[in-house]
Design a protein around this ligand. Structure first.
Ligand code: PBG
Length: 322
């Protein structure tokens, strides 16, 4: 044998020399859940180690993440049922706790990268991402609401908007309203290929945002399909997206790879709630080592072509890297 691949694995130092992929805190965006009130920090049942914070405790949390090197955050609101309606009015009410919270975060930590989610579901009494009429999700009528929501979030100081609703044409529509209103510096990270997935379950618990009827299959993509992701990416590029995102991540590494090979824009992947909770649940049972599983998960997502990873593991990852 004159070829022995094991020679390049013979010691830790040699393995480090040939290591092609490594994840850094700079690659990560930490999703956080905001609730109304004061001094609240409530663990999400189905996501051990992940909390819903009121604004005061969230500021403390962000501060401790910054010390660990995490400086990008995606903040999602959890609204009580009483504030939801069929047209998501609360989403662009400037006095709503979510927009006030975003403003406070940005004022206290102007140096961070603050991301928000654009979709109707946290504010919708139907639990859908668009307006519902006779059991159908209306596309073009929803764009108006998404645009108002986007302007309100831009006004609050958000750096990156994340349209997660999957309505057709929303990236261009939002880009135009941002530009017309002087927000040319606000970026759009499009949820380009967002699949209708069982892995969003724990997130919907965190937000109490599960659809009240039916599913999201008329707007989120069918997981049997890969080529559709290229159509969505073409449109997002034409419409002015700054980043393309694939979601979920783990069952979609082929999609991440395909977008990263076909588009020069930075690719992001959302390592979603169910993917986090699977590892945590198995770890609680003592069935796997959570730290090793986390590193393998994050590294595989990056290896497949994602530069940016939205992940609930962000803080834990940063802690072990210190
Ligand atoms: C809202 C939204 C969802 C997630 C991010 N934004 C849920 C959904 O579409 O039902 C899921 C995130 C996760 O599971 O971690 N449109």
């Amino acid at each position: 044998m004159n070829r022995r691949p094991r020679r390049n694995r013979k010691s830790n130092v040699v393995r480090n020399l040939i290591q092609e992929t490594s994840v850094s805190v700079n690659d990560l965006i930490f999703p956080l859940f905001l609730i109304e009130g004061k001094k609240k920090k409530v663990e999400v049942n189905s996501m051990p180690g992940i909390y819903r914070f009121s604004i005061d405790t969230m500021l403390t949390e962000i501060e401790s993440c910054l010390k660990l090197g995490i400086s990008s955050f995606d903040v999602f609101p959890a609204y009580p049922e009483s504030l939801k309606d069929s047209v998501a009015s609360e989403s662009y009410n400037p006095e709503t706790f979510y927009l006030k919270g975003l403003r406070e975060i940005k004022k206290r930590f102007p140096e961070i990268c603050l991301m928000s989610d654009v979709a109707m579901d946290p504010y919708s009494s139907d639990g859908h991402d668009g307006i519902v009429k006779e059991g159908k999700i209306l596309n073009d009528e929803t764009l108006e609401i998404l645009s108002r929501m986007s302007l309100a979030q831009a006004e609050a100081g958000v750096d990156i908007l994340g349209p997660s609703d999957m309505m057709d044409g929303r990236v261009g529509f939002i880009r135009n309203s941002l530009d017309e209103n002087g927000y040319t510096d606000v970026s759009i990270m499009s949820y380009t290929a967002k699949y209708a997935s069982a892995f969003y379950g724990p997130f919907r618990d965190a937000l109490d945002s599960a659809p009240k009827f039916g599913d999201k299959k008329t707007y989120q993509m069918d997981y049997s399909n890969a080529k559709e992701a290229l159509i969505e990416a073409d449109l997002d590029v034409e419409e002015g997206a700054d980043f393309l995102m694939v979601k979920p991540a783990l069952s979609y590494l082929d999609i991440i790879k395909s977008l990263s090979e076909n588009y020069p824009l930075p690719i992001a992947a959302y390592n979603v709630s169910g993917e986090y909770s699977m590892v945590k649940a198995a770890a609680e049972k003592g069935w796997l080592e959570p730290e090793r599983a986390m590193l393998e998960v994050l590294t595989s997502i990056k290896r497949s072509g994602a530069k940016i990873i939205l992940t609930y593991f962000a803080k834990e990852f940063a802690q072990i890297k210190l």
